[in-house]
Design a protein around this ligand. Structure first.
Ligand SMILES: O=C(O)CCC(=O)C(=O)O
Ligand SMILES: [Mn+2]
Length: 381
């Protein structure tokens, strides 16, 4: 743990908040030397190799969703955090552009819900991509006065749509979950020892270089025995993984483009946060379409489709300064139904756990900014 971060722990104050502020600090920049980088690390006292189940997913099934054979994946855990699995970019070369294009062009489309819907009529938000591409492709960002809708996108919800105000999901607020993303999720969770995962809700977070996500636990789902799955694309980020108590000091790690995180078992309900977006180091924005051979290598039955040069021009410009995170959740146990009374399935203790925010200086979760009434301006710093 970095020096200042360590002293915060010793003081016995809210160590998580102090460490959040430490890594979010701009001037002077914090010491990042103790942040775990799974893309370069070897097993150690803290970092343990995780054995996945290569038999759970055939090589053909994996390649159809753009993944390497499971036996090639580099998966790690953290001592003291059973159930936490970090898979260092298991994607095949050339597959990330497809998933990023889905996140920017397809998943923000109706019937999915996004932050812009909270203050704009649906006629204006139904073609975010189409309304943004011209500016993004041709105009110099610095010279434009108004941001495009795509640049103002902060979150999209899929499946059971998360209600940011009540912190609940409900049977009545549901649209079909994207099949391609379910296939991807089901294979990763199966390889991690969780067969039969049902992707029921998704939250996409769109981060600019100055965004952050406050300290929180994801506990609105009714079944916590199912893992939570998280994908990163674009710029890198510092992810803080704490303990079951708000005061537990977190471990800092880097998430690069293509990295996948699984929070399961005892790690499913740990506090976590993203204090900082960082430029992807050279070689980590592994999204250059051209480097991996022609799209003809797509398997029969693949969910992947070639990404056109036009689409890629927009996506690659977007991720020069942005990060996209996708979290997939199973909300209900098989056969489980939402209870009749909404209040009975609301988050408990949410006052200190609903830490979704952008631009929050201290990660303090009681001041969540990412609410249904967000305007694009409130999520910018
Ligand atoms: O952006 C990330 O890596 C974390 C996202 C997250 O924790 C969430 O959406 O609940
Ligand atoms: Mn979370």
């Amino acid at each position: 743990m970095a020096k200042m971060a360590a002293s915060a722990v010793e003081s016995g104050e809210d160590a998580f908040r102090k460490i959040f502020k430490f890594y979010r600090r701009r001037s002077p920049p914090p010491d990042f030397s103790k942040v775990i980088d799974f893309s370069r690390c070897a097993p150690s006292e803290q970092i343990v190799p995780v054995n996945l189940d290569p038999a759970a997913v055939s090589d053909v099934e994996a390649s159809r969703v753009g993944l390497q054979p499971v036996r090639e994946w580099r998966a790690f855990g953290l001592r003291g955090h059973p159930g936490f699995i970090f898979i260092s970019n298991p994607f095949l070369c050339g597959a990330q552009p497809f998933w990023l294009r889905q996140c920017l062009k397809i998943y923000p489309q109706k019937p999915n819900i996004c932050n812009l819907d909270m203050h704009m009529p649906s006629s204006e938000t139904q073609d975010i991509w189409g309304k943004s591409v011209h500016s993004l492709r041709f105009a110099l960002a610095g010279k434009r006065e108004a941001k495009t809708l795509l640049e103002r996108l902060r979150w999209v919800t899929l499946g059971y749509h998360y209600n940011w105000d009540t912190k609940t999901y409900s049977a009545s607020n549901h649209t079909p979950f994207p099949r391609d993303l379910h296939h991807l999720s089901v294979h990763i969770t199966a390889a991690c020892g969780f067969p039969g995962f049902i992707s029921e809700a998704g939250i996409l977070n769109y981060y600019r270089s100055d965004s952050s996500l406050g300290i929180h636990v994801d506990e609105s789902e009714l079944d916590h025995t199912r893992p939570l799955l998280s994908f990163s694309f674009g710029q890198s980020a510092i992810f803080l993984l704490g303990g079951p108590c708000r005061q537990d000091p977190p471990t800092a790690m880097l998430m690069h483009s293509g990295d996948v995180m699984v929070m399961s078992g005892p790690s499913r309900l740990l506090y976590h946060a993203v204090p900082r977006i960082l430029p992807a180091p050279p070689g980590h924005l592994a999204l250059e379409k051209g480097d991996c051979g022609p799209a003809s290598s797509l398997q029969d039955g693949s969910v992947l489709e070639p990404v056109s040069e036009e689409d890629w021009a927009v996506c690659s410009r977007y991720i020069q300064s942005s990060r996209v995170n996708v979290t997939i959740r199973q909300v209900l146990a098989p056969g489980q139904k939402f209870p009749e009374t909404p209040s009975s399935y609301q988050r408990t203790g949410a006052g200190q756990k609903d830490g979704y925010n952008d631009g929050e200086a201290d990660g303090e979760s009681g001041k969540r900014k990412r609410s249904s009434s967000d305007s694009a301006d409130t999520v910018e710093t």
